[in-house]
Design a protein around this ligand. Structure first.
Ligand SMILES: Nc1ncnc2c1ncn2[C@@H]1O[C@H](COP(=O)(O)OP(=O)(O)OP(=O)(O)O)[C@@H](O)[C@H]1O
Length: 310
């Protein structure tokens, strides 16, 4: 359906997106994962024909969109990162306003608004002004606007940032439903790996303008097939314990969080004895030591040396 070919965007001397190649097939949910500043918004702005690339091409159903963006604009629904709604209008009035921009009117517009309000779970709040809405409700209405013209392809730019868990899971379930019931193709960008793991058939991972991994979840996790990650939990940590782990040559990475320390070691290594020994030497009371199946977060850490949410 959509193909990005050696796509680049340069701002002065700085590449926000560098030679990115991607494809999206009809009916897929594709995830674009990367930390803040990775280049996700710039990439989707080019693939939806809002920004012109510096180099490369975007092909929609085998035709370049650079000089003829008409066909993609007709079928695309874009959910921007920033909420674009009128605070003093009701949910329904916002949908009417944006519906007219999509050239919908009369019975068709009314039916589309009814369907969208059901989909985003705001039918009962249709007559309330948006300024009374929670952040999550505004996000849902923002998604509703992009669904008004019944797009074939919807692009969502971090649609769950800064909202309550309930709205977040509502949005994730809605995306799944749109894909399953309406066969909508979805490109979902996020810096939350668990969202992408939950939703997506295939995933692209970007960092600093570059595509650093792509494939199904299983394929991406294969990158770590020679390593395993071990999660260590304790009530308190001390620096000597962390230093001992960092100085151990078989441990390739140590990540410290409040409640857990994670180490990456070669798959065949038995690291339990070493961890117990360090804990004893440094007076740490361990509560658990577990080998974990790798997550996309681990893969990102492995490829870049940084955590996804740094
Ligand atoms: N118009 C612009 N002029 C100059 N630099 C820009 C412009 N737009 C984006 N950038 C830079 O390009 C890089 C990629 O930004 P982009 O917004 O695409 O990242 P992102 O992955 O979407 O991250 P975020 O989640 O923070 O939006 C950033 O370093 C950003 O500062």
């Amino acid at each position: 359906m959509l193909e990005l070919v050696d796509l680049s965007k340069k701002f002065k001397q700085f590449y926000a997106v560098k030679k990115v190649n991607m494809f999206i097939e009809e009916g897929e949910i594709v995830g674009l994962l990367g930390p803040n500043g990775a280049g996700k918004s710039t990439a989707i702005s080019m693939l939806s024909s809002l920004t012109e690339p510096t180099e490369g091409d975007v092909r929609f159903r085998n035709a370049s969109i650079i000089n003829s963006p008409g066909p993609i604009r007709k079928v695309i629904g874009m959910v921007p990162q920033e909420i674009a709604l009128y605070d003093d209008l009701t949910a329904q009035e916002n949908l009417q306003f944006f519906g007219r921009i999509y050239r919908l009117s009369g019975v068709e517009l009314k039916e589309r608004i009814d369907e969208v309000l059901q989909l985003i779970g705001l039918a009962e709040r249709r007559k309330d002004v948006v300024k009374k809405f929670s952040g999550g409700m505004k996000r849902r209405l923002n998604i509703g606007v992009a669904l008004l013209h019944d797009p074939e392809l919807i692009i969502m730019d971090e649609p769950t940032v800064g909202i309550d868990p309930q709205s977040r899971s509502y949005i994730l379930e809605t995306v799944k439903r749109l894909n399953k019931e309406k066969k909508m193709t979805v490109l979902y960008t996020s810096h939350y790996m668990e969202e992408v793991e939950f939703l997506c058939d295939r995933i692209y991972i970007m960092d600093q303008g570059n595509l650093i991994a792509s494939g199904t979840q299983e394929e991406i996790k294969q990158i770590l097939s020679t390593e395993k990650s071990v999660s260590i939990q304790a009530a308190r940590w001390n620096e000597s314990f962390i230093h001992s782990l960092q100085n151990n040559p078989t441990i390739s990475r140590v990540t410290t969080e409040e409640s857990a320390v994670t180490v990456i070691v070669p798959k065949e290594t038995n690291v339990f004895g070493t961890i117990l020994k360090y804990a004893e030497e440094t007076g740490i009371e361990l509560t658990s030591v577990n080998v974990q199946t790798p997550t996309l977060e681990d893969v990102f850490l492995h490829l870049t040396g940084r955590a996804l949410r740094d």
